[in-house]
Design a protein around this ligand. Sequence first.
Ligand SMILES: Nc1ncnc2c1ncn2[C@@H]1O[C@H](COP(=O)(O)OP(=O)(O)O)[C@@H](O)[C@H]1O
Ligand SMILES: [Mg+2]
Length: 420
Amino acid sequence: MKDESSKIMPPSPSQAVKKDAIDLKAEEERVVQGLINRGFLSMEEVARCIPDGSKGGAGYLQRVQAAGLVTAGQFERLKADLQLLSGQQIPGYVMMEKLGQGAMGVVYKARQIRLDRLVAIKILRGKLASDPDSFVRLEREARLAAKLSHNNIIQAIDVGIAGKLKYFVMELIQGKTIQEEMKAGKARYPEKQAVEIILQIAQALEHANKRGLVHRDIKPANIVLTGEGVAKLADLGMARENTDVELIKKEQGMIIGTPYYIAPEQVRGEPDIDTRADIYSLGATLYHMVVGSPPFEGESVMQVLKAHESEELQPPDHIIKELSSGIGEVVEMMMAKSREDRYRTASELIIDLECLLNGEPPKLARKKISASLAGLSQGEEEEAAQAVAELPNWVYICFAVLGGGLVLSLAANMVLALKK
Ligand SMILES: Nc1ncnc2c1ncn2[C@@H]1O[C@H](COP(=O)(O)OP(=O)(O)O)[C@@H](O)[C@H]1O
Ligand SMILES: [Mg+2]
């Protein structure tokens, strides 16, 4: 096979050392980021290192020392490490501030130098960074995201490894997650706003599901809201294609999801998880948004998981009186214990969410309730008949005696009346 790499000519010595202003600036930014990542500098301290004409990574290190932010010993060690500091970055991108973090990675804002645009980069964190399996997962996440193209799903850009960094580049969403907003003091979302957000994520799910994909980790921390009120579904790290037989086998019996929002069938580690599990988790998310706390809480993860499986759900409108009964019905249907009783698809859910936004009763949830009420009253009659059929013989005997007594006393009364 022809060696393609041999076509690339190595730079001449003069080219190799000559760095233009853009390179120097980029190198400086990499060193700044490296120093922040290593905990040497905070953002405020970065602002204190005022430019003095010195350029590049080495120049920046001098300024850090001049500002008294590192000791002489630290300075010497950092100087020795300069190559690594300015090199341990992702080619083509300049890392900027941290945006957030999850169980798998830390997400940074970054500038894609060639296209001169801002992006977000997830970098695998901690032990995951050195686990060879984790890159397989990250790459799968990126590839699944790349199959999707929807305004309410974060778009994939690239995935790769640079030195020790395993990264996934994606569209940058300037905003906050629902979880961040709630942590920052938003106790509850007004019903209309919550439904508008959940509707957008239902549309994202409809798109993903039509392409055979289940997200499996729908929760407030994986929904980013832009300033314009657009909701974006993030983190396909747990997502699975329903054609991925190998992964389905590998994950058999594993509990995949986040305890507060996980569907009962995921708790049981069932293999054939489908879009109805996402609908359940989206229901739990909607519940949390309008009630201000997750549907089930407990002392331990096990307790919460058990509650999803068997504890009765208190409808949100029974807890927060301002909520409509409609939203209560929709959440109940989304979070039905048995997936047979949930919306079958995101498209069905969208119908009811739109009803709520139009101030109408939710068509499908209402129909379901009427059907189950009808079933219940029919069931009650059958139950009563069954109960009668199962009465012990002596009960009939008592009735017969009582009945006989009644007839006798009635007859006696009639006789008495006639006599009068
Ligand atoms: N594209 C993005 N734009 C802006 N912030 C993001 C983006 N993706 C993720 N984040 C932030 O980073 C956090 C972690 O990202 P996530 O993909 O959920 O990582 P993990 O797989 O570790 O859970 C999110 O909760 C959010 O705050
Ligand atoms: Mg996440």
